[in-house]
Design a protein around this ligand. Structure first.
Ligand code: FES
Length: 122
């Protein structure tokens, strides 16, 4: 049976490591499979300050993060809908992204992300 698939090894996803820095400077190192959104990775690991209330439908802004400047250009640019939602938030900057719109892939392994200080700042 030369070409029988070994599903136990064929399904293993590449994991992407991310470091979140919270409002107090605390670090939260998480790993998530490629294809996962940055928001889902944070919520699955209970990173404080990232809520993801709308589930990734660009209607809440509770996944607002700031991408480290060294990583910003490695992430595909925000689309018009994401930019419009970011415009509705406070405390934003050129590094602001909605974590639900950032898909993780292996090129983002080691990504550094800052979580804004409070929900009121968003
Ligand atoms: S989870 Fe609501 S805008 Fe990202």
């Amino acid at each position: 049976m030369g070409s029988t698939a070994n599903f136990a090894t064929d399904i293993v996803a590449t994991m992407v490591k991310i470091r979140f820095v919270d409002e107090k400077g605390g670090t939260h190192d998480v790993s998530a499979p490629e294809g996962t959104s940055l928001m889902r990775a944070a919520c699955d690991h209970m990173v404080p300050g990232i809520i993801g209330e709308c589930g990734g439908f660009l209607s809440c802004g509770t996944c607002h993060v700031k991408i480290d400047t060294g990583w910003r250009d490695k992430i595909p640019p925000a689309g018009d809908d994401e930019l419009a939602m970011i415009d509705c938030l406070t405390g934003t900057s050129g590094e602001s992204r909605l974590a639900c719109q950032v898909a993780l892939d292996s090129s983002l392994d080691g990504l550094l992300v800052f979580v804004p200080s409070t929900l009121e700042d968003r």
